[in-house]
Design a protein around this ligand. Structure first.
Ligand code: SAH
Length: 368
């Protein structure tokens, strides 16, 4: 193949530059303390510098090297040359007048935008993060998936959502849910690294018991996750009481049989001792009948779990509507008759584009 004249390909550059083109810089905030210590000592610095640097990134939540005042200037320069340092820019912050919920749009280094949510509860502050830019799962009622998947988020870019919110509010984040845009188990390695860094005692030290990962049900990945020795909660997006109905709402159901998904959840409980949460978005006239409730209860029979009912949040692109309140209550009552633990999710931040992916989508349409 002929080289294009003037184009910067690796072949026509000086050796030093060639390296720069071929080897992308390491993303420093995604390294564990152990890895960071190896990097720092390889640069000729004492190991305690790694600990200081780690604390600047993960406890003091520094946005740039220049904030790290107890690190020698020459060392900071070396770091700047060798590593990328992620930090989100704040594009928009919406505060709900109803319940204090806050929605954030953050800008990434490559120009993409993602959204995160802060919810204030009596037990503490919970942040909902995105795990990908866009999503390829195609759930019919979800706004996040309409433009498809753009790319995975790095561990650091997941952390930065929490870090930016804690910095901006000055309030401690104690709980985390991975329920924003994206399918977390479709970005498995980065997700795991993120969880380990977030729950690290040298970082924000958020208890794994306060971390929930929500998935549309990638069976192999659920089984893999069960063996990671984590104490996190798994939430499974079920949304239907039969394989056929699930296919109509979630294309991923063409890939996995409902029975296999439920079996994987049982396995998760056996391996971790953590009770699985089943999320069920109630869509008016689609999955909200008494028969649905009965089938659902039987399907989860004998399983130690929790069911979370979410009246569907209507999005402009689809004509799905919420069931009437009595229908929601009747659905809950039916499940409880079968001995199931059920809650109806409180709607947070309804006045500020509550549903998953709506804020980002609105922004992208405006930008266009
Ligand atoms: N991909 C993951 C996590 C992101 S979605 C998953 O599928 O679980 C988080 C939860 O919000 C999922 O249960 C999803 O099905 C649900 N959800 C998405 N859009 C919704 C809407 N418009 N109304 C109600 N729930 C919705």
């Amino acid at each position: 193949m002929q080289e294009q004249a003037g184009k910067e390909t690796a072949a026509n550059l000086e050796p030093e530059m060639r390296n720069a083109v071929m080897e992308p810089k390491t993303d420093i905030k995604s390294l564990t303390l152990e890895e960071l210590t190896a990097e720092v000592t390889a640069l000729g610095e004492k190991p305690f510098r790694a600990k200081q640097l780690y604390q600047w990134m993960h406890q003091k939540l520094a946005r740039e090297y220049d904030e790290m005042t107890n690190l020698p200037k020459a060392f900071r320069e070396k770091l700047r040359e060798k590593y990328t340092y992620t930090a989100h820019t704040l594009v928009e912050r919406l505060v709900s007048e109803v319940d204090g919920t806050e929605k954030y749009l953050f800008g990434l280094a490559d120009g993409n935008v993602i959204e995160s949510v802060l919810m204030r509860y009596h037990f503490g502050n919970s942040v909902c993060i995105s795990s990908q830019v866009g999503c390829r799962m195609g759930c019919r009622f979800c706004a996040s998936t309409i433009g498809g998947l753009t790319r995975n988020l790095l561990p650091s870019e997941m952390l930065d959502q929490v870090y930016a919110i804690q910095r901006l509010t000055g309030e401690r984040v104690s709980h985390l849910v991975v329920m924003g845009t994206g399918e977390p188990l479709d970005n498995y390695d980065n997700l795991l690294r993120f969880i380990r860094l977030l729950s690290d005692e040298n970082g924000l030290n958020i208890s794994q018991r306060n971390i929930t990962v929500s998935t549309c049900g990638l069976v192999e990945k659920i089984r893999e996750l069960a063996q990671e020795r984590l104490q996190i909660t798994l939430a499974l997006s079920l949304h239907a009481s039969s394989q056929e109905k699930r296919k109509a709402l979630m294309p991923v159901a063409y890939q996995y049989e409902l029975n296999d998904v439920i079996d994987a959840c049982r396995y998760y409980f056996e391996q971790t001792g953590r009770r699985v949460t089943f999320e069920y978005s109630l869509v008016g006239g689609v999955n909200d009948s008494q028969e649905d409730a009965e089938r659902l209860a039987k399907m989860l029979g004998g399983m130690s779990c929790h069911i979370n009912l979410i009246p569907v949040n209507p999005i402009r692109e689809r004509d799905y509507t919420q069931p009437d309140r009595q229908v929601v209550i009747a659905f809950k009552n039916k499940l409880e008759k079968y001995g199931k633990a059920v809650s109806i999710r409180r709607e947070m931040g309804r006045d500020i584009s509550g549903a998953c992916g709506q804020l980002r989508k609105g922004y992208m349409e405006q930008a266009r």
